[in-house]
Structures are given as structure tokens and as C-alpha cells.
Design a protein around this ligand. Structure first.
Ligand code: ATP
Length: 201
């Protein structure tokens, strides 16, 4: 039987409760044998906040340690340069392996503007999870999924489960202002951030 390998990419600056809950639901619902959490080396979509790959990967190891199927991968650092998803998927493709790519809804809606979307849809099934409670986006998501299927032959699956409305940018703001992040960041990640004095301007 072929291996089902999940890929959960992101900036993870810092990794939060929404990421971990989504990873757990993704692993279960996509029947993954393994899930690679993959911090981007140089994220294509985001302006860096100065927190190194090493710090973001270390925080991921702490945040995702509760999920036995997860390995935090340094593949995108080893590949170097801008972390394009199609290139990561091309590297991971193997006979007897099915790739499953996780996207939050914001990423799902912009997938067709990423570098080489046709390769992404060819190489991986897409699994998406809602990260907002806005019902107006439901129609937009359905339309995008239809478009991806018709245009690219994409296979797109929703991940069911509770929506956790939180973002790393909101948490960076809170940390910068000295506000509580309880329940949104793993306590071990909170201690790591404090010990390295991250996200304080
Ligand atoms: P930022 O606020 O800095 O933009 P972020 O919270 O979106 O960060 P990323 O590391 O960029 O976090 O996200 C990695 C992946 O996780 C993306 O596919 C994103 O859509 C998804 N994601 C982020 N937050 C959530 C959430 N609360 N629920 C579900 N998916 C999420």
C-alpha cells in the first residue's frame, strides 16, 4: 500500500493552537502515515519578521510534540532560496507515495497565484481547513474548489472540525505588548519565546 504523506507548510512565527488543531484533524481525516511540518526558509508571501528559521523550527518541535505522526522538517532550508511549494512537492514525490498538502482557507483561496499551481495540483491532494467563522467565505471557497477541479483536475478535500480563530500576527502583537497568549500558544513555546526575547520591539 502506498504511503500517505502530509505536508503542512507555513511561516510558524510563532506556531499556535490553530496550527496544532488543524494538523491533528488533517492527520486523522486524510489517514496520514506521516505529517511533515515544514517551516518555510524564505516565505514567498510574507515579509520576514526577523525570527530565524532555527527559532521557528525549534518552536514547531515544541508545539507539535503532542502529535506522534509529526516530524518537523528542515527540507526548505536545505533546498535554500525562496520556499516555493511546487519545488518542495517535487522533492518529496516518490513511487508508492501519495502527497497531501494542507492549506488554511486564506492559502486555499490564493493557491492559483502561487508559483506553478498546475504542478502543485498534479503532485498533491489539497486538504483545507477553515480558520474564520465568516459564512460569506463559504461560497467563495466552493467556487474556488470548482475552478481548481475544472481548470487543473485538482483533488480538494475539506477538513471538518472546530475553527480556531487565531493568527501568528495577532500573537506577535500580543507578545510585543506583553499581553497574555494563554490557550493560544503552547506553554513550552511561550517559555522559548521568553527565553530568547522574541517578538519584543
Ligand atoms: P500570519 O498571521 O503571520 O500571517 P498565520 O497564522 O497565517 O501567520 P502561517 O504560519 O502563515 O500562520 O500558516 C501556515 C498554514 O496554517 C497556512 O496554510 C494557514 O492558512 C494555516 N493556518 C494558520 N492559522 C490557522 C488557523 N487558526 N486555523 C487553521 N489553519 C490555520
Amino acid at each position: 500500500m502506498s504511503e500517505r504523506l502530509g505536508i503542512f507548510g507555513g511561516t510558524f512565527s510563532p506556531p499556535h493552537a490553530g496550527h496544532v488543531a488543524s494538523a491533528a484533524a488533517f492527520a486523522a481525516q486524510a489517514h496520514l502515515d506521516r505529517l511533515l511540518v515544514m517551516p518555510a526558509f524564505v516565505p514567498p508571501h510574507k515579509v520576514g519578521d526577523g525570527v530565524s528559521f532555527e527559532h521557528r523550527a525549534a518552536m514547531c518541535r515544541l508545539a507539535f510534540s503532542c502529535l506522534p505522526e509529526v516530524t518537523v522538517s528542515d527540507l526548505e532550508r536545505r533546498l535554500g532560496g525562496t520556499s516555493y511549494t511546487y519545488r518542495t512537492l517535487e522533492t518529496l514525490t516518490a513511487p508508492d507515495r501519495k502527497l497531501c498538502l494542507f492549506c488554511g482557507t486564506d492559502m486555499l483561496l490564493t493557491l492559483c497565484s502561487w508559483r506553478c499551481p498546475e504542478r502543485i495540483f498534479e503532485l498533491a491532494e489539497i486538504w483545507y481547513h477553515r480558520r474564520e467563522e465568516d459564512p460569506q467565505i463559504t461560497e467563495e471557497i466552493a467556487g474556488k474548489c470548482r475552478f481548481y477541479t475544472e481548470q487543473y483536475g485538482a483533488v480538494v478535500h475539506p477538513i471538518e472540525g472546530p475553527v480556531i480563530v487565531v493568527s501568528s500576527s495577532e500573537l506577535r502583537e500580543r507578545l510585543n505588548c506583553g499581553e497574555s497568549t494563554a490557550g493560544l500558544l503552547d506553554p513550552a513555546v511561550e517559555r522559548y519565546i521568553a527565553s530568547w526575547n522574541l517578538y519584543r520591539k
